[in-house]
Design a protein around this ligand. Sequence first.
Ligand SMILES: CC(C)(COP(=O)(O)OP(=O)(O)OC[C@H]1O[C@@H](n2cnc3c(N)ncnc32)[C@H](O)[C@@H]1OP(=O)(O)O)[C@@H](O)C(=O)NCCC(=O)NCCS
Length: 171
Amino acid sequence: MLARLTPRKINDLRKDVLGKAVPASFTLFVATKDDIPAIITLAEKEFGPDTFDHVMYKHYITKGHSLLFGLKQKEKVAAWMMIELNRRQKRIYVTEIVTAKQHRGRGLAKWLWGKVFLLAETLGYKTVTSHVEPSNKKAIALYRKLGMETERRINDYYVSGEDAFYMKREI
Ligand SMILES: CC(C)(COP(=O)(O)OP(=O)(O)OC[C@H]1O[C@@H](n2cnc3c(N)ncnc32)[C@H](O)[C@@H]1OP(=O)(O)O)[C@@H](O)C(=O)NCCC(=O)NCCS
């Protein structure tokens, strides 16, 4: 079985993977509980009733099988990605990725995805997967460009009743 994400392991990843080639004027952050309010404020604008609550974000931030990391500009969250690591299936699942509106179109999401593929490679994971709404053309365009392929369509997946594409890339 692959290793759990201990604080020490996260520190190593911060040095060797996540902190490398950070876009100019941004700084890397690995979220702590203090970041949750800012993240929820941004997430609510994007996901409405599908937004996770404080307890869920805390869970993702503090447990050894998940990670929330991203970029800040002048101490403000600009973009983040939340991931779940399934050690048994050697699969990293991207739970969500958001770029704040004023920072879009500058490659921040592409940078975050580059990091998740690199993390997968570094830690020995074999696939990266995610769900996306079929109407989310921007995200789908991005995911296809990154080599993600649609594995299946799931009916009535989101709270809104929208379907989801389950997308996947082998590492
Ligand atoms: C989808 C999202 C994360 C993209 O973030 P971003 O930082 O603006 O993306 P990037 O600048 O890295 O763009 C990467 C690619 O995304 C696609 N893309 C980004 N903006 C786009 C737009 N306005 N129209 C079409 N495609 C677009 C393009 O393929 C682009 O590649 P290119 O620059 O080579 O053309 C952002 O729009 C967002 O936060 N949306 C709301 C939350 C969401 O839907 N998350 C995904 C599901 S969890």
